[in-house]
Design a protein around this ligand. Structure first.
Ligand code: GTP
Ligand code: MG
Length: 652
């Protein structure tokens, strides 16, 4: 059975969900195409998605296309949910990038295009909404060539665009413009073409298929997800031009790309790269301590997500029984280096409106964080507060609505602020030994922390310890270190450092016959987990940290006569302009600006430019906060840097 795992991706509102629905309809999977506006599509199945008409979670459906089964992954387009797209990209064989031919190429179109190129996912462009007033396929194509790809091959034409009866027709593959575009990237076609010999459609199709696979050429088609114009042509391209999944054999390998819950509990959505997974198999995912047993498998097939005894290479299945989290693998998947979109740069505290609902709130938040790891929930040890990192206000509203719908908890947000990080600047070491300096735990730990290159994250080395200390105690020490580093000296998460264990002591478990295990004289994992924060906090004080704030890259287009006022504003807000260019009475400025200042730029621009400014921004990097007191984040829970307070708050 031939398979294709196909992502439908785009800027918000370009028509991904509508196109998915249309593809389902044309394949005979549904009797009527549903509508986003009426809340009746298959893939926008969450209550909130239906109410709002936007996609929040990626959803899988399947269709048959001749001998081919296509799994369609409908993804969200709103930038607040970019993390969801990132996870989907990691498991695709190919993608359809939808561009509205009314709005043209939009900021998120460019962001997703770049991600697809970086991962190497063969892509078809679908210029949608040709039936809508204002549609302009030629203008959109020009933008595609300017902003996305220098090597498109245009495979359809449109007549009557901008009206309900717009028609789309396929271009003959031996037509001059097609052959010319293909000759650009295929030597054999070029040779025949320049010698004036005829090039057959079959040869052109084969050349297109090869070039798409090499990522040298992008097929472009147009149509309407609503009227269905151009969709048969798109189907033909999906079936004939895109590279299908190839089973190269090999042992079991799979990637978890989504987690959700239905009436029967938690499901991990897995794409299998090779091998076969059966019910009752015991599998072990990355970082899992124990293998776990698969209790149910439901495979995405043209008939729905159906319970099956097994899932095979290339397929997508919802699997129960595993606690595996998003991004974890079993075996050795081929494309391990997923593309990472910028992290969330804002942070807010969540509280229940009714204080009695605190526990319900925390239970709900933990479940949501399990389904969306970038949600980055930080629960206080005493569960008095929860801080979440957010991409934007829409995500905030969605979190509030999900908590209300699913868990019946009304919440409010407070203290939205820019989420900083702390980078380690030097090196420091500390050690605590059993029964010394008031250490209440039956554990001794020595740790060294040192600065690491930007982007490394936190690396933990057991150092000289393996063999001397039971692995469970090493793991507990690492857990304690990582928990403590979530709040640095200024309250922000500490990153880009290497932590090495330099010493350890423990009281071995009693092993005399008939002697019961006695916690009062034997070390337990909690001893290490609770001591490690104290030691790492002391080491961190010596090493020092620097607070770094997120900085965004911006592109700004303003009328030329407003340039002086705009540059003065940018300068005042700490922006650095590194490029300006002129085009037809407008100036295009680009540069960087601290994320914390972006709202002020956005607020001031309309007045300064008579509403004519076009601004796009996106996270670029973290830079040290200079020239002012670094912002502090209020600490949650006891501070391990204050040993006595910690020992009292976290008794053995
Ligand atoms: N006229 C016309 N309207 C369309 C077409 N495709 C989508 N729309 C409308 O555009 C709006 C957005 O469509 P969706 O399918 O939800 O777009 P989406 O890309 O899935 O949106 P998000 O998932 O929220 O990013 C809806 O009102 C659709 O009815 C089209 O081809 N023609
Ligand atoms: Mg959608």
């Amino acid at each position: 059975m031939a398979l294709l795992n196909l992502g439908i991706v785009a800027h918000v509102d370009a028509g991904k969900t509508s196109l998915t629905e249309r593809l389902l309809f044309e394949a005979g999977a549904i009797a009527q195409p549903g509508s986003v506006n009426a809340g009746t599509t298959r893939t926008d199945s969450m209550e909130l998605e239906r109410q709002r008409g936007i996609t929040i979670r990626a959803a899988v459906t399947s269709i048959s296309l001749g001998d081919l089964t296509v799994n369609l992954l409908d993804t969200p387009g709103h930038p607040d949910f970019i993390a969801e797209v990132e996870r989907s990209l990691a498991v695709l064989d190919a993608a359809v990038l939808v561009v509205s031919s009314v709005e043209g190429v939009q900021p998120q179109t460019v962001v997703i295009w770049r991600a697809l190129r970086r991962i190497g996912v063969p892509t078809v462009l679908f210029l949608n909404k040709v039936d809508r007033a204002g549609a302009n396929v030629a203008r959109t194509l020009a933008q595609v060539q300017q902003r996305l790809t220098a090597h498109p091959v245009i495979l359809t034409t449109v007549t009557g665009q901008g009206g309900h009866d717009a028609r789309v027709r396929a271009v003959e593959l031996d037509a001059d413009p097609v052959v010319e575009a293909v000759a650009d990237v295929d030597d054999a076609v070029l040779a025949r073409w320049s010698a004036g010999e005829p090039v057959r459609p079959r040869q052109v199709r084969r050349a297109i298929r090869d070039a798409v696979r090499r990522d040298a050429l992008t097929p472009v088609t147009c149509g309407s997800a609503v009227t269905g114009a151009g969709v048969p042509e798109l189907r033909r391209i999906l079936a004939r031009v895109l590279p299908r999944y190839e089973d190269l054999g090999g042992p079991l390998a799979g990637t978890v790309f989504a987690v959700d819950r239905d009436g029967h509990g938690r499901r991990a959505w897995i794409r299998l790269w090779s091998g076969r997974l059966q019910v009752r198999d015991r599998v072990r995912f990355t970082d899992a301590a124990q293998p776990e047993t698969v209790t149910q498998i439901a495979v995405s097939e043209p008939g729905g997500v159906l319970v099956r005894p097994a899932v095979s290479a290339g397929q997508i299945a919802a699997v129960r029984g595993l606690s595996a989290r998003i991004g974890q693998h079993v075996g050795d998947p081929p494309r391990r280096h997923a593309y990472h979109f910028p992290p969330a740069t804002r942070q807010a505290l969540v509280e229940p409106v009714d204080p009695a609902q605190r526990l319900a709130l925390f239970a709900g938040l933990s479940e949501l964080a399990d389904e969306d790891p970038l949600f980055d929930l930080r629960l206080d040890e005493h569960q008095e507060q929860a801080a979440i990192r957010l991409h934007g206000d829409v995500q905030k509203e969605v979190v509030a609505a999900l908590l209300a719908d699913r868990y019946g908890v009304q919440v409010r947000f407070s203290g939205t602020l820019t989420a900083c990080i702390e980078r380690v600047t030097g090196a420091g070491a500390a050690e605590d030994r059993i029964r010394e300096r008031n250490n209440p735990y039956l554990a001794g730990v020595g740790l060294r922390i040192e600065a690491a290159p930007v982007g490394q994250g936190i690396r933990f080395h057991p150092g000289i310890e393996p063999g001397r200390l039971p692995p469970a105690f090493i793991a507990a020490t690492e857990q304690g270190v990582r928990a403590a580093l979530r709040q640095g000296r200024h309250g922000w998460p500490v990153t880009d450092c290497t932590v090495t264990m330099t010493a350890s002591q423990y009281a071995p478990r009693q092993s005399r016959p008939h002697q019961k295990f006695d916690k009062s004289i034997s070390s337990v994992a909690a001893d290490f987990r609770n001591l490690a924060p104290v030691v790492i906090a002391a080491a961190l004080r010596l090493a020092g940290t620097r607070v770094c704030q997120p900085v965004e890259r911006f592109d700004l287009n303003v009328p030329q006569h407003t340039l002086d006022r705009v540059t003065a504003l940018l300068g005042r807000l700490g922006a650095v302009v590194d490029d300006t260019s002129l085009a037809g009475g407008y100036t295009e400025l680009s540069g960087t600006v601290p994320s914390s200042r972006v709202p002020q730029v956005v607020a001031a621009l309309p007045d300064l430019t008579g509403g004519e400014a076009v601004l796009t921004t996106g996270f670029d990097h973290y830079a040290p906060v200079t020239g002012e007191e670094p912002p502090m984040l209020h600490r949650r829970g006891p501070d391990p840097a204050d040993r006595e307070v910690w020992f009292r708050a976290v008794p053995r």
